[in-house]
Ligand binder design. Structure first.
Ligand SMILES: [Zn+2]
Length: 109
């Protein structure tokens, strides 16, 4: 069965296979040049804007704020975790992991 990924509660939660797995209001560290000038973004997540699944990878675009410089906006697609195709178990990215965003194929440098 394909993995079902949905937003709940106006983007406050993401469910994977009807189980609430990821919520906002966490501080995430993003390694991206696109969101704001900070080299490493201390990102306060406020709401999921879009969710999707790419193979086994659960991804989302997230609205929020960089608490270093105050920039607000919506991130590029971020990986939130992955689903084991054999068991349909969701394994979230570690909360303190640095999350990379953006499509690597767009950037050869
Ligand atoms: Zn910033």
């Amino acid at each position: 069965m394909p993995t079902a990924v949905h937003q709940l509660d106006d983007g406050a939660w993401i469910s994977v296979n009807d189980t609430r797995e990821v919520t906002v209001s966490d501080l995430w560290r993003l390694d991206t040049d696109d969101f704001c000038p900070c080299r490493l973004v201390d990102f306060l997540s406020e709401g999921f804007v879009e969710v999707g699944i790419d193979g086994a990878r659960v991804e989302a675009r997230v609205a929020g704020q960089c608490i270093r410089c105050g920039a607000r906006g919506v991130t590029d697609w971020l990986t939130l975790g992955r689903v084991d195709p054999d068991t349909d178990t969701f394994y979230p990215v570690a909360p303190d992991a640095v999350r990379h965003s953006g499509c690597a194929s767009h950037d050869s440098g």
